[in-house]
Design a protein around this ligand. Structure first.
Ligand code: FAD
Ligand code: N01
Length: 574
C-alpha cells in the first residue's frame, strides 16, 4: 500500500512578504516551521508541511539538495540497501516515473533522484542553500524558535525540525603535520564535485569502514601504488551489484505496496522474511548452506538474516564470524594479509560493509595493507605519512575516517531550550529523547531519526518517512486542537531511554567500539544510541503513543504547568 499523500493541489502559501531564501538580510521572518537540512528527510518534511498549508523555510548548508548524496561523491559511493527499497514511497506517480538502473544505485544516480524530487515538487523555492545554522534558541515569551545562520539571517518559526542527518558531520582529520602536506588530501564525506584523478599516483587511504571499503577497489585501479592504512578490519559482504532488468523493475513496481509494507513492519526496513531458526537448532551442514545462500544473495543482511540469534547470542555470532573470516581467507591469496583483514569483533555490531571486489583488491600488484594498529600513524609529513616504524611517500591522502554520528550535527548547533539550557549540557552524558523525536526542555523541536529511534540500524528512507509522517500528523493534530506547543515530559523520556537501553542490553551491539556508541569521537560519552527492536516494533510503539493522545508529551501547555502536572503524575505513581 502506497501512502497516498499527494502534494497540495495548489501551491501552498509561500513564506509571505520579505526577502527570499538565503538573502542574508538579517531580518526576522516568522514561519510556521523551520527545517534544517535538505536530504531525504528535509525534502519530504517540506513536502508534507506544504501539504498542510504551513509556511516553511528549509535551511541547508550545501549549495543544493541531496544531503549524504550531495557530500559523499567519492569513487564507489553507493547505497547498501537495494535501490528499489532505498527511495520514497509517498507518491505513486514519483514511484512509477523513476527507474533505478542498478541493484545498488551509485551516488550520482541517488543524487539525480533527489534533484528530480526537488524539481517535481518545486521544493527549492523554500530552501535557503549555502547557509549553515549556527544557533537555535527557544524564545519562551515569544513562543518561537529563533535560528541564527552564518549569513547573519535570523529565522523564526513556531516549530523547528532538525533534519540534519545521522552521518553528516564528518570526523575532522586531526593528524599532526597535516597542514604541512604538499600533496592533495580529501575526506570521503566532503568529496569535491569534480572527479579526482589518481592515475599514476601514490595514494594512502586511511580508514576501512564502509566508505574506505567502497573507495579502495576503484582507487586501486588507477593509482600506481595504493597503501591502505588499516587500524581495525571490518566484515564486508559481497554486494553482487548488477543492472536491474526490465522484468525486475516491472515486478518491483507491481508489488511495491506490499513490498513497502513488509519493509515498514520488518526489523531493518528491508523486505526479507524474518528468520525462524536459531543458529544451533540446525545441523552444521544446514547452517553452512544457509550462510552460503546468504553470501550468494549478498548485501548487508547476507548473514544476519539467516538466524534469529545473530545479534544476541555469542556462540551463534561466532559461527557467523567464522564463516565470514573463512571467506576472506579464501579470497585473499597472501595468508598474512588475509589474517590482517580478518575482523575479530562480533559480526554486525559495527555496521557491516558491502563491497565490490574489496578483498580481491589485496591480490593486485601495487596494493599494500599497512597495519596501523601495531605500527600507529604518528604524523603527516610534507611528503606522506609517518608511522612509528616507517615513512610512506604519497601524493594523495584519502581520509575515510567517518563521522561524528547520530548526535554530531545536532550538538554542533548551539541549541538552547527552556531557560536557555544548552542541548550539549542536557546531553552531556549521552543523548536523551522520547522516541528519538523530541527531547524534554526543548518544546516544539523535533529531530528526524534522532537517537533512541531505529535510524542507522534500518533502511533510513523507511525510518525517515515514518518520522516525517509522525511529525506532520502531530502538527496537524495540534492545529486541530487549537494549540501550538508540544514537549516531551522528562518522566516519559526517562522511561523511553531505559527501554532503549534495556533492549540494547539484550544484544551484542553495545560491546563493540563502534560509532553507534560514539567511541570514534574523542570525549564523546559512550552510549548505545539507536533503538534495536526494529522498524515494525518501533512504529507500533509510536502509534500507541499517538492513540493514547500523545502520551508522554505535553500538548499546549507552558513549562510551569507541565512541571506541576509531571510532579503530580510522578507522585501518583510512587
Ligand atoms: P542527510 O542526507 O545527512 O542530510 C542532512 C542535511 O542537513 C545535509 O545536507 C547537511 O548539509 C544539512 N545540515 C546539517 N547541519 C546543518 C546546519 N547546521 N545548517 C544547515 N544545514 C545543515 N542509509 C541507508 O539506509 N542505506 C544506505 O545505503 C546508506 N548509504 C549511505 C552511504 C553513505 C556514504 C553515507 C555517508 C550514509 C549512508 N546512509 C545510508 C545513511 C544516509 O545518511 C541516510 O540514508 C539518508 O541519506 C539520510 O538523510 P537525511 O536527510 O536524514 O540526512
Ligand atoms: O566511517 P567508519 P565510514 N587513525 O566510522 C578509521 C555509512 N556508509 O565513513 O575502526 C586510523 O565506519 C576507523 O578505524 P577504527 C554506514 O552507515 C554507508 O566508513 O576506529 N584510522 C575506521 O576503519 C557507515 O557505517 C556506506 O579503528 C582511523 C574508519 O576510519 C557510516 O556511513 C558507505 C582513525 C572509519 O570508519 C560510516 O562509514 C559509506 C585514525 N585516527 C558510509 N580514525 C554504504 O555502503 C578513524 N579511523 C551504504
Amino acid at each position: 500500500m502506497s501512502d497516498a499523500r499527494q502534494p497540495a493541489p495548489a501551491p501552498a502559501p509561500g513564506p509571505g512578504p520579505g526577502p527570499g531564501p538565503g538573502s542574508g538580510s538579517g531580518s526576522a521572518e516568522r514561519f510556521d516551521v523551520v527545517v534544517v537540512g535538505a536530504g531525504f528527510a528535509g525534502l519530504y518534511m517540506l513536502h508534507r508541511l506544504r501539504g498542510l498549508g504551513m509556511t516553511v523555510r528549509v535551511i541547508e548548508r550545501a549549495d543544493d539538495v541531496g544531503g549524504t548524496w550531495y557530500w559523499n561523491r567519492y569513487p564507489g559511493a553507493r547505497c547498501d540497501i537495494e535501490s528499489i527499497d532505498y527511495c520514497y514511497s509517498f507518491d505513486d506517480a514519483l514511484l512509477h516515473e523513476w527507474r533505478w538502473s542498478e541493484r545498488y544505485a551509485a551516488q550520482p544516480e541517488i543524487l539525480r533522484y533527489l534533484e528530480h524530487v526537488a524539481d517535481r515538487f518545486d521544493l527549492r523555492r523554500d530552501i535557503a542553500f549555502g547557509t549553515s545554522v549556527l544557533g537555535a534558541e527557544w524564545d519562551e515569551a515569544g513562543h518561537v524558535w529563533r535560528l541564527r545562520c552564518d549569513d547573519g539571517e535570523i529565522v523564526t518559526a513556531t516549530y523547528c525540525v532538525m533534519a540534519t542527518g545521522c552521518l553528516s558531520t564528518v570526523k575532522t582529520p586531526d593528524f599532526p603535520g597535516l597542514g604541512s602536506f604538499q600533496g592533495r588530501w580529501f575526506h570521503t564525506g566532503q568529496w569535491p564535485h569534480e572527479p579526482v584523478d589518481f592515475t599514476g599516483g601514490k595514494v594512502a587511504v586511511i580508514g576501512t569502514g564502509s566508505s574506505g571499503i567502497q573507495a579502495i577497489p576503484l582507487i586501486a585501479r588507477h593509482a600506481e601504488r595504493l597503501y591502505v592504512l588499516q587500524r581495525t578490519p571490518n566484515y564486508s559482504m559481497p554486494a553482487h551489484n548488477r543492472p536491474l532488468t526490465e522484468a525486475e523493475l516491472h515486478d518491483a513496481l507491481r508489488d511495491h505496496a506490499e513490498r513497502r509494507r513488509r519493509c515498514r513492519e520488518s526489523e531493518s526496513g528491508i523486505p526479507l522474511p524474518p528468520p525462524t531458526d536459531a543458529t544451533l537448532d540446525v545441523t552444521p551442514e544446514q547452517r553452512r548452506a544457509r550462510y552460503e545462500e546468504g553470501w550468494r544473495r549478498g548485501g548487508i543482511s547476507a548473514l544476519s538474516a539467516a538466524f534469529t540469534d545473530f545479534f544476541t547470542d555469542e556462540k551463534a555470532n561466532r559461527l557467523a564470524q567464522d564463516f565470514a573470516r573463512a571467506k576472506i581467507r579464501e579470497i585473499v591469496r597472501d595468508p598474512e594479509v588475509a589474517e590482517l583483514l580478518c575482523p575479530t569483533h562480533h559480526i554486525g555490531t559495527k555496521r557491516t560493509c558491502t563491497d565490490t571486489g574489496y578483498f580481491e583488491t589485496y591480490n593486485r600488484d601495487g596494493v599494500e595493507l599497512v597495519d596501523v594498529r601495531s605500527d600507529p600513524i604518528e604524523e603527516i609529513t610534507p611528503t606522506g605519512v609517518r608511522t612509528r616504524d616507517r615513512h610512506i611517500d604519497v601524493d594523495v591522502i584519502v581520509f575515510a575516517i567517518g563521522f561524528d554520528a547520530i548526535t554530531g550535527a545536532l550538538t554542533e548547533i548551539d541549541i538552547r531550550g527552556t531557560g536557555g539550557r544548552a542541548l550539549t549540557d542536557t546531553w552531556a552524558h549521552g543523548p536523551r529523547t522520547l522516541l528519538g523525536l523530541q527531547t524534554a526542555g526543548f518544546p516544539n523541536l523535533f529531530m528526524v531519526t534522532g537517537p533512541g529511534s531505529p535510524s542507522v540500524l534500518s533502511n533510513m528512507v523507511v525510518s525517515i518517512e515514518q518520522h516525517v509522517d509522525w511529525i506532520a500528523d502531530c502538527l496537524a493534530h495540534l492545529r486541530e486542537r487549537g494549540v501550538d506547543r508540544i514537549e516531551a515530559t522528562p518522566a516519559a523520556q526517562e522511561r523511553w531511554m531505559a527501554h532503549v537501553a534495556d533492549l540494547a542490553a539484550h544484544t551484542l551491539y553495545p560491546k563493540a567500539n563502534s560509532w553507534y556508541v560514539g567511541v570514534n569521537i574523542p570525549g564523546k560519552p559512550r552510549t548505545f544510541m539507536p533503538y534495536v527492536a526494529g522498524c515494525g516494533q518501533y512504529r507500533r510503539e509510536c502509534d500507541e503513543i499517538v492513540a493514547a493522545g500523545y502520551a508522554g508529551f505535553t500538548l499546549g501547555q507552558d513549562a510551569n504547568t507541565r512541571q506541576d502536572r509531571d510532579t503530580q503524575q510522578e507522585g501518583a505513581r510512587t
